[in-house]
Design a protein around this ligand. Sequence first.
Ligand code: NI
Length: 250
Amino acid sequence: MYFDSHAHYDDTKFDSDRTDLLTNLKEVDCIISCGADLNSSEKSLQLADKFDFIYAAVGIHPENVESENDIDKLKNLATRKRVKAIGEIGLDYHYENFSRDKQIELFKKQIALANEINLPIIIHSRDAQNDTFQIIKECAKTNGVIHCYSGNLQMALEYIKLGFYIGIGGVITFKNAKKLAEVVEQIPLEKILIETDCPYLSPEPNRGKRNDSSNLKYVVEKISQLKNISHDEVAKITEDNAKKLFKINF
Ligand code: NI
């Protein structure tokens, strides 16, 4: 049984079969459904209220920086009972049309909120490795997870020193994921969380199709091969890691 530390079950790609899919999902013990704006954070909370194995993370993704920055509204959501993290938040320099200054300001405000209410943070970072690391190092008083990790081994070790976990998903099964394979081989299993980021980033052999938590077995199998540790042990330890980070007991 697996702990899916990062999913987006509020996504419209699940509109046709969401309840059926989640009701019949036997492979996972627990899921963190992450918000990307206020609306999807609210929807994640509704899912967490409906399913006892789902918890919510609430946050504003850097891609939504131009349309949303209402930290008071986010705080109202963040203090609700089924919320276990602030996320996903961070920096994305991939597209030029999102102001970097505004992203940094919003990122810092959301870290301050996590500090204030003592919740871990779920970090999105794309093409912004150094700024993300520096801001976390300077501002974060809680720990968290670097979701869909794409940096090198040295930076992963720096994050681990700060108490952070490294999120590994479908990308690890891709043939060209050599740098990520090295990260997984070299860091302790006790610092790895597994995730789908569904409906995105389906692992091989389902790459390109809609992703869901039942595909975590391919991610766990790949980690198991890279670390030469049994499949069950990878599942168990990554689940324990997530329970510890998000303070969930079951
Ligand atoms: Ni995500």
